[in-house]
Design a protein around this ligand. Structure first.
Ligand SMILES: *Cc1c(COP(=O)(O)O)cnc(C)c1O
Length: 378
């Protein structure tokens, strides 16, 4: 089965894990710090904070920025549920914003402006599929409205401009992302004081860590806030260091495969729409396409599965999920809903070759051809 995404883990990761086990120090040591610095360098930032997931990263950012009850936070609905959940964790209200268009399925600036109220405190933008949002436009919007600008950059590790938009950005190293530590995440925050608050909140609000107490021979610590345990361990950091070295090369393979997809789809499946113009600054996390209106997506999914190709959907809109229907009842986002009805995500990962891309597009053309001719007969 050709999967939509696959982690690439090998001899280097195995050796890195063995080295941690042999070292006798398994969490929050030198490797975590080294990983934080290496990740920051890749994004041209001063420093980064490694955490247990992108979800905990988002929670720590909102917590560190003091967002809380009574505040509203603008979020896209075309995203993973964690983007909205983190707003609920701090007791604030997510306000769902429609996408710009089917061609640019990123949170719409005009819609964000229309949904601003006196309670709006922040906006979380998502670089959907790895495709970078417009930095200048969002920065000037946030400045004009006095909003905190936050990036959910789960799809864009290794894209240097990601993480430079606003107050802070959250990255994911989950198993299906561009690089993985199995579970894991990182935060880039502009101000040192926010970074320090986030570091403290990551580990119970404690003023020192186990390692620092060992190094300083002082057993004392204080707790200055209600913190969490969102730490990254040495095993994950060691895997992350190995992955980071190859991330730029992997993202480049993704870029070339995406371009190949675009050319073949235009030639062989002209009724299929590929969002985003080429070139577009992107970490090419996903290969999303829109099926022609009226075609049964389930039939295409089944047809491709029969040919050994997995496909997925990005995303079931968050405002349609039961929890959010109950908690944010009257969002209507027609462009997001239409996009989500027709979207299909094709396999894209650096283990693929131009030949596997050809196999997918040929299979898509054959499956769609069968579907479209059935529609004509019916
Ligand atoms: C994967 C993902 C997350 C959550 O990442 P975890 O590391 O699994 O917590 C958040 N936002 C988006 C857009 C994602 O794709």
């Amino acid at each position: 089965m050709l999967l939509v995404s696959e982690p690439i883990l090998g001899a280097e990761e195995k050796a890195a894990l063995v080295a941690v086990i042999d070292s006798g120090w398994v969490t929050m040591g030198d490797r975590v710090q080294e990983f934080e610095q290496a990740f920051a360098r890749l994004h041209e930032a001063e420093d980064s904070v490694a955490v247990s997931s992108c979800t905990s990263a988002l929670h720590l950012i909102l917590h560190g920025l003091g967002i809380g009850p009574g505040d509203e936070v603008l979020v896209p609905s075309l995203t993973f549920v964690a983007t909205a959940n983190c707003v609920r964790y701090v007791g604030a209200q997510p306000v769902f914003v429609d996408i710009e268009s089917a061609e640019v399925p990123l949170i719409s600036l005009d819609e964000a402006e229309a949904k601003c109220t006196a309670r709006t405190k922040a906006v979380i933008i998502v670089h959907f599929g790895g495709y970078l949002a417009n930095r200048d436009a969002w920065q000037s919007f946030a400045r004009r409205k006095g909003l905190l600008l936050i990036e959910d950059a789960a799809h864009a590790p290794g894209l240097p401009a990601a993480g430079t938009f606003g107050e802070a950005a959250a990255f994911s190293f989950y198993g299906n992302k561009n690089m993985t530590t199995a579970e894991g995440g990182a935060i880039i925050a502009r101000s040192r004081s926010l970074r320090e608050a986030i570091r403290r909140a990551r580990s119970h609000g404690m003023t020192s860590g186990t390692r620092q107490r060992l190094d300083s021979r002082s057993p004392d610590y204080d707790v200055t806030m209600l913190g969490f345990n969102y730490r990254m361990d040495e095993l994950r950091a060691a895997v992350g260091l190995a992955q980071l070295k190859r991330l730029p090369e992997w993202n480049d393979v993704r870029r070339r495969l995406s371009l190949h997809y675009r050319q073949l789809i235009a030639a062989l499946c002209p009724s299929v729409m590929v969002p985003f113009a080429d070139p577009w600054p992107s970490a090419h996390h996903l290969m999303p396409v829109l099926l022609p209106p009226g075609v049964s997506r389930q039939a295409v999914i089944d047809g491709l599965r029969k040919r050994g190709i997995q496909t997925t959907i990005h995303y079931p809109p968050v405002h349609h999920l039961t929890y959010y229907r109950e908690n944010c009842p009257d969002s209507r986002l027609p462009r997001t809903e239409e996009f989500a009805r027709r979207e299909l995500t094709l396999p894209l990962h650096p283990r693929m070759t131009p030949e596997t891309v050809e196999l997918v597009v040929n299979s898509l053309a054959a499956t769609l051809g069968a579907e479209l001719s059935m529609e004509v007969t019916a």
